[in-house]
Design a protein around this ligand. Structure first.
Ligand SMILES: O=C(O)C(=O)C[C@H](O)C(=O)CO
Ligand SMILES: [Zn+2]
Length: 280
């Protein structure tokens, strides 16, 4: 078992405009999340969110603290959301077991000392995507299944953006300090997510694209609406969206993604929309 840790700093939108392709990728793309029996963690100083992935195969994998947190255990001052995008798995929180199936989530509250994950079948391992943010109080740990989610049907086939948003860890479903997470699934033939797009300067966001078919890709759009840039993304990669940035994407096929947010409020609807013909 190993933990691979990386740190990213925050950015000014004035500096961002001068970044070339490589620099954009170094700053915002999280290229690797899932590796057998390894914890991958990327700590962004954008609202101090940690974006990561754990794929237990042969072992039960423990989420250990990292030196940068200077804490006795990972969740000493943090809360955590895990969403499984692989085969059925188990999450154990201080000795309590939760079965977490594909596309199910678990919220784990601050103060939980021991978080361990395992797969039911190593030939179809669980893949736990994670977002973790600082937390000022303890909220109860709770598993959230697909049927618990608040569901929004968005877009239309005509505009190639028909999709279902499942709000898994939102304030209407589970109590948290600042973390929100959910999953958006595009219908076959639809390729545009989050279009019309938006910004929300009260919250940062991270997107993780998955179920991108072999040989296909997603072109992620970022930046202030009048200064957009693109980052081409492969299956199971994440991207950090600072508070000044829109976040939207178009795929060469349909796909699914997980979004996670943190910041000033827990109001999912607090967005400033930008219409397609206003973008530059
Ligand atoms: O497809 C969408 O639209 C989304 O999933 C939007 C995200 O949930 C989001 O950006 C929330 O702020
Ligand atoms: Zn958003």
């Amino acid at each position: 078992m190993a933990t691979k840790y990386e740190e990213r700093y925050a950015h000014s939108p004035r500096d961002y405009v001068s970044y070339d392709t490589e620099r954009l990728r170094e700053e915002f793309l999280v290229p690797k999340l899932f590796e057998a029996d390894t914890v991958h963690l990327t700590y962004t100083h954008v609202d101090r969110m940690i974006v990561g992935g754990i794929m237990p195969v042969e072992e039960t994998v423990l989420l250990e603290t990292v030196d940068a947190l200077r804490s006795e255990y990972f969740l000493e001052r943090r809360e955590l959301g895990l969403i499984n995008i692989g085969g059925p798995g188990v999450v154990e929180v201080d000795g309590t077991r939760y079965d977490v199936d594909s596309k199910e989530a678990i919220y784990i509250g601050r103060g939980s000392r021991e978080v361990k994950v395992s797969s039911n079948d190593k030939s179809a391992p669980a893949k736990f995507y994670l977002n973790s943010t600082p937390a000022h109080r303890e909220c109860p740990t709770r598993k959230v299944g697909q049927n618990d989610a608040k569901v929004l049907e968005m877009g239309a086939g005509e505009t190639c953006n028909q999709r279902v948003i499942r709000q898994l860890l939102v304030k209407e479903v589970v109590e948290s300090c600042q973390l929100q997470m959910g999953m958006t699934e595009l219908a076959p033939g639809s390729v545009w997510n989050t279009m019309p797009c938006h910004t929300h300067s009260r919250r940062m966001e991270a997107y993780m694209y998955f179920n991108v078919p072999e040989g296909q890709a997603v072109c992620h759009f970022m930046g202030p609406p009048q200064q957009t840039r693109t980052i081409w993304m492969a299956n199971e990669q994440a991207v950090i969206s600072p508070t000044w940035s829109l976040h939207s994407g178009v795929g060469t096929s349909n796909y699914t993604f997980i979004w996670g947010m943190a910041g000033e409020n827990l109001d999912y609807t607090d967005m400033d929309f930008v219409q397609p013909n206003e973008l530059r």
